[in-house]
Design a protein around this ligand. Structure first.
Ligand SMILES: Nc1ncnc2c1ncn2[C@@H]1O[C@H](COP(=O)(O)OP(=O)(O)OP(=O)(O)O)[C@@H](O)[C@H]1O
Length: 377
């Protein structure tokens, strides 16, 4: 016969035993995780520093690159001694301000070319000159920030949008908002108005395509009060964003700035709670618009966007970076058809180069790619 007190004691002991046993089963899993983390940590601490021989480096002029001319002189690189060259004796000159499309089938060497420009890989022989400076003579800390890139996989920091856009605190609020609006990202970051609907987020984005100060009916704005309508009409694009976000016009400059800041201080998430890769690439474009480098590289930058967004982004890039050298690596045919010249790579070699229409008419590698509509698929 067991008393209720004894029964309770047994029950507690039994559940403690079960829970301890369960913990015991979890130990191998936890050990595995610790071991993985230790390996990653060890790998990071033993990575060889890229910054070597800084004392022998040449300091490029402050505004370098000024023109954006790129020359590859007999450039060869391989990932490992026992592998074929990924870029093989490449001789190539890209002129200042040229819009270049790089195409080729999978494994042709397109991304390796980007890596070579940023010195993420080392040459086996030959050199790359940017505005007549041999890039192998420059400290990478002076080389990499001088060019702009939207890589295949964009990265968003897990922090406030402001930090993500401007980690070094170099830009004004106006710079950030102007870039966000140009990239049609306002609707993603501006919170929904708490009060009466005054304008849709799309209206704000639509403003970026036109002269904001003269626009009214075309944006479809439906203000409730006459006075507010007048305010809206005379407001700058930036203030319209705030009217939308706050449901009211900020009264003072300080109030306006703190409202703009508070929106940018939030962590941005898409509708599903996370940003799509296409949206992340739009944020990369924002960073690029703020920084304005003379050489821009788009490595499959619009691959995750629909065709219409891809088209709009390239229109924006062509107008915003008119004076810059823009190199676009793309699998998608339409993306590079407006380039000044196309460079076709095949097994690490330049096999064809010229304006897209000429290459199609001539027949050859590019024409074949167009015919296959393959572009590495
Ligand atoms: N990290 C690496 N280690 C070894 N070989 C590599 C590495 N990265 C690329 N390669 C090889 O170098 C060659 C060129 O690759 P690269 O990525 O430049 O081609 P790609 O034209 O960009 O291809 P894709 O269209 O698939 O992106 C390929 O043969 C590839 O297998």
């Amino acid at each position: 016969k067991v008393s209720s007190g004894e029964y309770l004691q047994y029950k507690l002991m039994a559940s403690a035993l079960v829970s301890d046993t369960q913990d015991l089963f979890g130990i191998p899993d936890r050990l595995r995780k610790i071991s993985n983390s230790t390996n990653v940590f060890r790998r990071f601490t033993t990575i060889e520093s890229e910054i070597a021989n800084v004392s022998n480096c040449v300091m490029p002029p402050e505004n370098w690159p000024t023109f954006g001319k790129i020359e590859l002189r007999n450039y060869t690189m391989r990932y490992r001694e026992d592998l074929d060259p990924a870029l093989n004796h490449i001789n190539l000159t890209i002129n200042p301000g040229e819009k270049i499309g790089i195409v080729g089938r999978t494994g042709a060497g397109k991304s390796s070319l980007t890596k070579a420009l940023f010195r993420l890989i080392h040459n086996t022989s030959g050199s790359i000159f940017i505005d007549d400076v041999d890039i192998s003579t420059i400290d990478i800390r002076n080389l990499r920030p001088r060019m702009g890139i939207i890589p295949q996989e964009s990265t968003m920091l897990s922090s406030a949008l402001r930090v993500d856009l401007d980690p070094l605190n170099e830009f004004t609020l106006e710079d950030m908002w102007a870039a966000l609006i140009k990239c049609n990202l306002a609707s993603l970051i501006v919170p929904k108005p708490k009060t009466t609907k005054r304008a849709s987020a799309d209206d704000i984005d639509a403003c970026s395509d036109s002269d904001s100060d003269s626009e009214d009916e075309s944006t479809g704005i439906s203000l409730t009060e006459k006075e507010k309508k007048t305010q809206w009409k005379s407001a700058s694009l930036l203030r319209r964003v705030l009217i939308y976000a706050l449901g009211d016009m900020p009264r003072s400059k300080t109030e306006s700035e703190s409202s703009q800041l508070s929106i940018l201080d939030k962590h941005v998430r898409g509708n599903s709670g996370a940003l799509s890769s296409g949206q992340q690439q739009l944020f990369s474009l924002c960073r690029l618009l703020m920084r304005k480098r003379k050489i821009i590289i788009l490595d499959e930058a619009t691959a995750d966007m629909d065709l219409q967004t891809d088209h709009n982004i390239h229109k924006l890039i062509h107008s915003e970076f008119k004076e810059c050298t823009v190199i676009t690596i793309a699998h998608r045919l339409e993306t590079v058809m407006n380039s000044d010249r196309i460079i076709v790579l095949e097994k690490g070699k330049v096999v064809e180069i010229g304006p897209p229409k000429e290459l199609i008419t001539k027949g050859g590698y590019f024409a074949d790619l167009v015919k296959d509509n393959d572009f590495g698929q």
